[in-house]
Design a protein around this ligand. Structure first.
Ligand SMILES: Nc1ncnc2c1ncn2[C@@H]1O[C@H](COP(=O)(O)OP(=O)(O)O)[C@@H](O)[C@H]1O
Ligand SMILES: O=C(O)C1=C[C@@H](OP(=O)(O)O)[C@@H](O)[C@H](O)C1
Ligand SMILES: [Mg+2]
Length: 180
């Protein structure tokens, strides 16, 4: 079992942080919190509306405040939004307050999964492939720097990806406890 009390999910949009995170919480019998849903609950409007009214700067300010609060809850499985790692304080809170799991997918798989999605404001306009590639370039080093463990999450099935995560987590934690 997780030596930290919390499990935090990071990674690109469409990697499955929200969907797989919920399953991991079910498996471990822990409460699940999705940071975007928490922001929406707190503000009473959608993430898209926050972007519309306050721009990305306003959204990031709200995201930072709620990430600070949510990472102090324990125990919890917390799915972050893909851009949460852009902020240095967020990265520090994630790294210091729990075990950080990086779900990774490539741009092709993101395009497939998000083809019909209209809820992600940063993908609303322009060339999606180019936007996703630029995001990957800027964010991949930050995911790498923040994560305790990375999982390739490109499998075509949510249950299989969750099972794969559980297997890798257990193996990682087992090794860590033997080494201690
Ligand atoms: N492993 C997977 N296999 C197939 N579809 C997936 C997988 N993970 C996520 N999805 C689908 O991709 C979409 C985006 O997933 P989501 O959990 O919202 O990603 P994130 O929170 O990382 O942006 C959803 O429709 C979800 O059902
Ligand atoms: O890429 C980003 O910066 C964002 C990703 C979204 O979360 P998902 O990773 O769940 O798509 C959400 O937080 C917001 O639209 C901004
Ligand atoms: Mg999500």
């Amino acid at each position: 079992m997780n030596p930290a009390r919390n499990l935090f999910l990071i990674g690109p949009t469409g990697a499955g942080k929200t969907t797989v995170g919920r399953r991991l919480a079910g498996h471990y019998g822990l409460p699940f919190v999705d940071l975007d849903q928490e922001i929406e609950r707190h503000c009473g409007v959608s993430v898209a509306t926050i972007f519309e009214l306050e721009g990305e700067t306003g959204f990031r300010r709200r995201e930072r405040a709620l990430l600070d609060a949510c990472t102090q809850r324990a125990p919890v499985v917390l799915a972050t939004g893909a851009g949460a790692v852009l902020d240095a304080a967020n990265r520090r809170h994630l790294a210091e307050r729990g075990f950080v799991l990086w779900l990774d997918v490539d741009v092709e798989r993101q395009l497939e999964r998000l083809a019909h999605d209209r809820h992600r404001p940063l993908l609303a306009a322009g060339d999606r492939r180019a936007r996703l590639a630029a995001m990957a370039e800027a964010r991949t080093p930050l995911y790498r720097e923040t994560a305790d463990l990375a999982v390739a999450a490109g499998e075509a099935d949510v249950a299989a990806t969750a099972a794969h995560c559980i297997e890798l987590l257990e193996r990682h934690w087992q090794r860590a406890s033997v080494a201690a």
